[in-house]
Ligand binder design. Structure first.
Ligand code: C5J
Length: 223
């Protein structure tokens, strides 16, 4: 099937496609978490929740596997490089106690995925210590096991964890499609330019398309 994408239509086979929903965690989307501790306005990210939920529902209905990631660290911080924890002057550092528990620590309330896009039973959830979801995780092996060739991306933030993971995936040979209205940045200009970077030079990193265009294409092949 063809998706009306930019910079040109993308042929995908739902049987070899997976959706990766990046870091839709309370720590990035709600007040009192990691994103807010860095001085960001988290309300910007809340706007994509309905579109992201629609994309997830459309993929589930089409039998496309949904994979969720969470950026978080072990409670002893052994997988958090000091360079990451000590950088800058956030109001709370990774591992500090905040209103949603310890910031960006696995198992704490803030590290959990928001309820609107919570993983369904049996869906793969990957805890990742880096910005890219392939680094220090079993994502590559999991996708090989599924026989995946095309990845659809959603989540936050566009220019950090989403773009990093797309670039990792592109280098590993996947066709990558970013759902434009199911991703967001704390910096609208960074989102806009990331979309441009991805699809420039003949889709040098991948494609972009709207949630409607993706979901409608899946629905059309099911009809
Ligand atoms: C950031 C992320 N922005 N999930 N993480 O630090 O993009």
């Amino acid at each position: 099937m063809k998706i009306d994408a930019q910079p040109f239509p993308l042929d995908i086979d739902p049987a070899t496609t997976a959706l990766i929903v990046i870091d839709m965690q309370r720590d990035f989307i709600e007040a009192g978490g990691f994103g807010a501790s860095l001085g960001n306005d988290v309300s910007l990210l809340q706007a994509i929740v309905p579109a992201t939920a629609r994309l997830i529902a459309g993929c589930r209905a089409a039998g496309v596997p949904v994979i969720h990631t969470r950026e978080c660290h072990r409670p002893d911080l052994s997988d958090c490089p000091p360079a990451k924890r000590l950088r800058g002057a956030p109001s709370l550092r990774i591992g500090d106690h905040g209103p949603m528990g310890r910031v960006l620590i696995a198992g704490e309330p803030g590290a959990e995925i928001i309820h609107e896009v919570f993983p369904a039973a049996g869906e793969k959830v990957i805890d990742k210590p880096g910005k890219g979801a392939f680094y220090a995780t079993d994502l590559g092996e999991h996708l090989s096991g599924l026989g995946t060739r095309t990845l659809i991306f959603a989540g936050v933030t566009t220019e950090v964890c989403v773009q990093t993971t797309m670039r990792e995936a592109n280098d590993r040979g996947y066709d990558c499609l970013l759902a434009e209205d199911a991703t967001e940045s704390y910096f609208p200009a960074f989102k806009a330019v990331t979309l441009e970077m991805i699809r420039a030079q003949g889709a040098i990193v991948g494609w972009t398309a709207t949630v409607d265009d993706i979901v409608d294409a899946f629905a059309a092949v099911q009809a």
